[in-house]
Design a protein around this ligand. Sequence first.
Ligand SMILES: Nc1nc2c(ncn2[C@@H]2O[C@H](COP(=O)(O)OP(=O)(O)OP(=O)(O)O)[C@@H](O)[C@H]2O)c(=O)[nH]1
Ligand SMILES: [Mg+2]
Length: 711
Amino acid sequence: MKPYNTNEIKNIALIGSAKTGKTTLAESILFESGLIKRRGSIEDKNTTSDYREIEIEREASVFSTVLNVEYNGFKLNFIDTPGIDDFIGEVITALKVCDTAIMVINSQNGVEVGTEITWRYVTRDEKPAVFMVNQLEHEKANFDDSVNQLKQQFGNKVIVAQYPVNAGIGFDSVVDVLKLKMYKFPVDGGKPEISDIPDDEKSKAEELRNEIIEAAAESDEQLMETFFENGTLTDDELKKGIKMGIINRTMFPVFCGSAKNNQGTGRLLEFITESLPSPDNMPAEKTEKGEEIKYDSGQPPVVFVFKTAIEAHLGEISFFKVFQGQVNEAMDLVNSDTDAKERFSQIFAVAGKNRQKVEKVMPGDLAATIKLKNTYTNNTLTSSKNQGVKIQPIQFPEPKFRTAVKAKSTADDEKLMTILKEMNSIDPTLKYEQSKELKQLILSGQGEMHLNIAKWMIENINKIPIEFYPPKIQYRETITKSAKSTYRHKKQSGGAGQFGEVYMMIEPHYEGKPDQTEYSIRNQEVHELPWGGKLVFNNCIVGGAIDSRFMPAILKGIMEKMEEGPLTGSYARDIVVSIYDGKMHPVDSNEVSFKLAGRNAFKDAFKNAGPKILEPIYDVEVLVPEEKMGDVMTDLQGRRAVIMGMESEGGYQKIKAKVPLAEMNRYSTTLSSITSGRATYGMKFAEYQQVPMDIQEKLLKAYEEEQKEEE
Ligand SMILES: Nc1nc2c(ncn2[C@@H]2O[C@H](COP(=O)(O)OP(=O)(O)OP(=O)(O)O)[C@@H](O)[C@H]2O)c(=O)[nH]1
Ligand SMILES: [Mg+2]
């Protein structure tokens, strides 16, 4: 394939709710542009985009797929993204490197929660967008309802560029408001018959055309003047206005058709080449330092890896966007993040599993290379002249579903870790952590389906049987009142003895707490604990009752017990310890003795200081359609949630709540089942709070049982 210049390139993300027809539309696009000779379908499990085993099995997209086509002298790069909320990371990635989003709408359902969710990222990233109202040949298709919902949800910038004349069974015609023509498609799609608009559609078409002309005029002052002078715009002026309106996001045009029957795809492609922005029409990408990188082909290369994947018979493949300079085959670049030297030995233009070799990639274009040694998603590669430049990384969402995982056979443990590492480099929203605290391997991601699909791949592709089991909660322990204790450690068993005695007072710590005044503090150390919270350690010894060289040993003993809290073995936090007296033995006192005395004194005092178990609380935000709100609230209340607020957002309610992590188990699944998949949520760690008394009792009992079992 020949290299395309920046102004001959369009990068487009196909996004939308699940099963709206993105992959089917992509298939029609590939067909229309001549890249494939036969259109595959989801049902026949042979689309270009959903070609991975898991996608064929599930008949749904799981990964995003980069697809490029050449059309009317342009190179169009599409990224077909999965619609299921669990794979939102793929949408976020696609929007990072694309200049326009095509939001596919299923005309049977109009705006769906997936539309809403993905739109939030379109807004966040300030991307131009076009709507494609799909599935118009379906008996339940309702174009007008869909458009009304789009306008209601996203405002009057949503503007009709095409509408169907006969949506539903037998659909074959649309009126194109821009061309002021009717397009009549053959039943199985392809080249339309273009004719004048029938008389009974004329007034509607003209009304809509006036709307679009006005919107186009508003995108530019000069056009506005022309419009006022002449009362209309010429075709060229209209085109210019639409392009500007799209770039400035003052206009979101609506197209329509049937991806399944390839009705409307050709005209959509034509519109893309005429009116969607090229990379250099859009604001420049920024580096981590905030400097602009402007698609300049004369500068040394800056290349951003936005996706990595493993392909059968090929190994690791890295997808990249050139933000500056030209990238040639066999070029050596340096990774700004890992310092690795990498050779782009072969470069490909990719369309799903099809690859074409290219020799040169110009700025703004997307391509792929293989066999990079030490380069991952979000890395920037540069020539040595540009060394150190890093493109702002893709911001992935926090995980919201977790499970503990283990290999069924311990012999596979190490292999499992390697696989998880590889999976994380392909999908950064899939995270894993060997938790020292919980003694579990924790896998987390965007939902139960996300993790189940990971499990499927580990078991079916890597052939390692694994097991999911309930993850433990990172409880903490603390105290609620002050208490004192003394502990004497004494051992006399021939030879050198051991002796250390410690008098200790402990109190709860909180920010701004005044120091205790009962004993004067000679020295204070504030320790930030690695697991959160603090330990304040006061030396209040007078008259040398304990030599100061033993203080670190006492502290060490306390720390040991804090690491394995006295109640349930969880980490303890937010405690002030004052050592106010003690005794030494001239011969037998040593560090070990004081460590043990400190540890046991702490344990005793802790038990009398109103000890409490703390649990992690998360800020949870649920986005739910109005009519499902009651059910979601009832469910949340059953999860000990404290509702912090509610606001409406379009036709949705946003519920903000604080919910204990222990109650969020399988939330994505429950939420999905009580709302028929129409809600979504996000969660983020907020704080630790005391658990209610009854739950504390239960946890203490469970710990006791566990200890007994271990004995
Ligand atoms: N009737 C009708 N069905 C369609 C059309 N486009 C897609 N479908 C069907 O809708 C289902 C989902 O199509 P996909 O192309 O996989 O939709 P998607 O948006 O890529 O789905 P995900 O990637 O899973 O989010 C399949 O059964 C398709 O055959 C259409 O224009 N009309
Ligand atoms: Mg798909």
